[in-house]
Design a protein around this ligand. Structure first.
Ligand code: ARG
Length: 462
């Protein structure tokens, strides 16, 4: 195996040591970031006179050549991506390649690569979140009047609309976008030039490389810069929190597409069949998102466990912090897109959703509210409606079965005008408090969401 070290070693490394220590295969995920970091470093070395301008140009041209040749051109009989690129560079430009690593260590290099990778991934995540929010807003508007049950404790609670429900997911995504933007800023500082742990005696310009790479500035302490992995933990938390919400959408799609609910049909393009049961249409993508959320949560735990009590200074333990990051980021990006595809092509059984609200006593609160408006304290109204519900259940009626005579039979104290508030559709019409599903309140929410979407990035919601 080709190495960047070995001068002090008389014997060959054991082959198991080579294999156990290798990260080249997963490092390929950020081969471009490693190249870009090296180009900035080579340019800076030339600019401050540590190497000649010609040497700097030769190195940059060689690095650009590697970029053109692509990752397939890189050697695999090496420990990591940094070695692969340096080996390849020396094949292209010769001995001068050995000057690239002046005033740099793989310790600041890998930290720089990871932060650049994160930067690029987050830009993609921002875009995917915005796209899904755009879809949710469109569907939220389309189905703002489509009645459906609302649950608490998974028990029928109060009628809502499908548009209102979908918009709840819009706001959850807004929080994730906002969180991702904060993370982007937090992680956007440059470790490059910190070298192994204690900086360098060369007159480097860390401001220059930081600026060229799009960072906000260099990290002030070289030991911190090479030891910190909190931005990876933050990213893994972001991924876990996002996946948790996507798993909740997935669970709804799994439940609602089953016969018991029958609320939604998922398109052929996003479902799968069974090898034995010809009638099956399985929501596998939603199930996989739900399931893989477990691994994304575990990725945070994996890295937190690695970092706990780890002494400052580079430790090889942290070589393994990247596969969980690559894994979580990849899963999040795929999952957002799959949720998008499923929701975009979903066919909602609006008629069935709407009729399923009838007979579930979910307008009982409306009845209590009505009584409270007649001057009865709400607590007393609640009791009274409780007796109405009990009276109905004992007689095998639902609230919508009540007429003046029946109401009088089970609750003579309740005025007949109360019957008007028992229809689920009427219930929605009256729910006009801020954030409620009533037509005016919903219109305001949709306008607010539209404004949010048109803003640059993910603004505060109020
Ligand atoms: N491949 C290593 C990592 O991912 C790079 C740093 C190695 N440094 C060292 N001294 N062995 O962490």
């Amino acid at each position: 195996m080709r190495k960047l070290w070995g001068g002090a070693f008389a014997e060959d490394t054991n082959s198991l040591v080579n294999r156990f220590g290798q990260s080249i295969h997963t490092d390929l995920n950020f081969w471009q970031e490693d190249l870009i970091g090296s180009v900035a470093h080579a340019r800076m070395l030339g600019a401050v006179g540590i190497i000649t301008p010609e040497e700097s140009e030769t190195l940059i041209r060689g690095l650009e050549q590697i970029h053109e040749d692509g990752p397939e051109s890189l050697p695999h009989d090496v420990e990591d991506i940094h070695t692969a690129i340096e080996v390849k560079l020396s094949e292209i430009v010769g001995e001068v390649a050995g000057k690239l690593h002046t005033a740099r260590s793989r310790n600041d290099q890998v930290a720089t690569d990871t932060r650049l990778y994160l930067h690029n991934e987050l830009v993609e995540v921002f875009d995917l979140i915005k796209k899904l929010q755009t879809l949710l807003l469109a569907k939220g508007g389309e189905y703002k009047g489509a009645l459906m049950p609302g649950w608490t404790h998974q028990q029928r609670a109060q009628p809502i609309t499908l548009g209102f429900h979908l918009m709840a997911h819009f706001w959850a995504l807004q929080r994730h976008g906002w969180r991702a933007e904060r993370l982007f800023e937090l992680a956007n500082y440059s470790p490059l030039g910190s070298a192994a742990l204690a900086g360098t005696s060369f007159p480097i310009d860390r401001e220059m490389t930081s600026q060229e790479l799009g960072f906000l500035g260099p990290i002030p302490n070289a030991l911190d810069a090479t030891s910190d992995r909190s931005y990876i933990l933050d990213s893994l938390h972001l991924c876990a929190a996002l996946m948790i919400d996507l798993s909740r959408i997935s669970q709804e799609l799994v439940l609602w597409s089953g016969r018991e609910f029958g609320f939604v049909s998922l398109a052929d393009s996003v479902t799968t069949g069974s090898s034995i049961m010809p009638q099956k249409r399985n929501p596998d993508m939603a199930e996989l998102i739900r399931g893989r959320t477990g691994r994304v949560i575990a990725n945070w735990v994996t890295n937190a466990t690695t970092m706990k009590a780890l002494p400052l200074g580079y430790n090889r333990d942290t070589q393994d912090d990247k596969p969980p990051l690559f894994d979580s980021m990849g899963k999040v990006k795929d999952s957002i897109q799959l949720i998008h595809l499923m929701l975009e092509s979903a066919v909602w059984n609006l008629e069935h959703m709407s009729t399923s609200v009838h007979g579930d006593f979910s307008t009982a609160t409306d009845l209590a509210d009505f009584l409270a408006t007649t001057g009865i304290p709400f607590r007393q109204a609640h009791e009274l409606v409780g007796s109405v519900v009990r009276g109905c259940i004992e007689r095998g009626w639902v609230l919508e079965d009540l007429d003046a005579a029946r109401l009088n039979e089970i609750a003579p104290d309740v005025p007949v005008a109360a019957l008007e508030v028992l229809s689920p559709a009427a219930s929605i019409q009256r729910r006009e408090s801020l954030g409620a599903p009533g037509p005016l309140a919903m219109e305001k929410q949709l306008t607010h969401a539209q404004w949010i979407l048109e803003c640059e990035g993910f603004p505060k919601i109020a």
